[in-house]
Design a protein around this ligand. Sequence first.
Ligand code: COA
Length: 466
Amino acid sequence: MPVVGIDDLAIYIPKLYLDYKDFAEARGIDPQKLEYGIGIKKMAITDTNQDSACMASNACLKLMQRNHLHPQDIGRVYVATESSLDESKAMNSFVVGMLEQIYGEGSFEHAGGIECKFACVSGSYALYDNANWIRAEENNGKAAVVIVSDIAKYDMGSTGEYTQGAGAVALLVKEKPRLMAFDQKVASTTIKNEYDFYRPFGKETPLVNGSYSNLLYLISVRKAFDAYKEKAIKSGLIKLKDGESITDHIDFFAVHLPYRKMGEKALAYLLRHEWRHLPRWKHVIKEIGTTEPQPKDARGTIESILADTQFMKADEQFRRAFMQTSFYDEVYEKKMATSLEASAIIGNLYTASMYMGLRSLLEFEFKKGTELAGKRVGFGSYGSGSSAMVFSGVIESEYKQVVSKMDLDEDVGPRQKLSMEEYERLHRNERAFTDSVVRAHKEFVLVKLGGITADKAGFREYDYVS
Ligand code: COA
């Protein structure tokens, strides 16, 4: 079976941001809560003439230009998003339209693709499906591009408001990738009908049960990880010796990142689950000084566990204490910390958040001088509603060709800080899309919205501003 994976990835981040100190002052929140409790310093905000389709196109164009790709080299363009623009017309059709302004009308006609939706996890399904399209040799020698693009926008004054952000990541999926080859026969999923986070038709911001969504994320990824572990052992990918945990065989973790702190908590949850039956756990407990609390009903539902306030409080205390141990710290510093850096200066990217985490990990580990070839990255992807996907990949020996050129500061570029007043006007959609805050430069923007006649209602037109 051909070796398939990610050859390169390019990012696009809008040029406006909101500073956490301004935000904290305006909302009467301790800035330390945002900086340490959530882990956010800057939230990327879209301008009036930007949407998830033009961010997706901007990321894809960067990817194509950097790799000297022509549309003939690409057989599939997928967009995974939860910031959909139309109930029927797929976002990748807008993207192809924009790219054809550069490469010529009809230049992508031979290709295919769809828009994928499942909250923040759909990009992972899109990657998996496209990797299999190549493995099945249906690709006629062509690569696939999977773009994850989203605008995380929450109600003003809600607790979600400090977990906003916007941006896109375009991933080049091909045979013999330079960056990372996906491990085969181990990708594992869970699915369940849930209402932890959802956005009914016509509503711009989601309805969120914050604490429920956090716990559901942890439990769903843990269940998918259990299934991954079973497959990895059965297939011989990972051989566990006595006293070992599967987490010992994963060199880096990249997980869904609605906000930086959630990544730290996800790692803590996973390590507790994987280690509590191993000999090392008694050393962990000794360092913490208390045993792990148990819920009244260990086989209960998420609701019953959340309602068990005594347990929840004790468990939160235990989780915090565990995160202070040398055992957690060693794994966190070595295997996760670098993947969280981008999140703190960009914010939530929904579908793109985990892939921005991967980008952050690669760049900052390389800058630290870590040798990455042969290292395994374990992914924990979660989408509300709800589904989780756990999979892994190994960094290829040619990775330096790609990673040595990564520069987050340069890729994010100069950004304009918004005042709270400007931000709130943008949030309320009070500025016309023609009245952008910054002047676009070398990027696609929205130039026409709707039409005079009813049959043109909902039309969206974009231009490349050189
Ligand atoms: N200094 C430092 N930390 C502080 C603080 C201060 N002054 N005040 C509070 N904090 C910490 C809290 O202790 C908590 O940390 P912990 O998680 O380690 O306990 C953290 O800040 C968050 O505060 P908390 O009050 O628990 O949560 P919140 O009401 O602010 O809501 C979310 C947080 C994530 C639930 C909310 O932002 C949300 O609903 N987001 C959208 C949904 C989402 O992202 N879901 C994720 C799964 S997909």
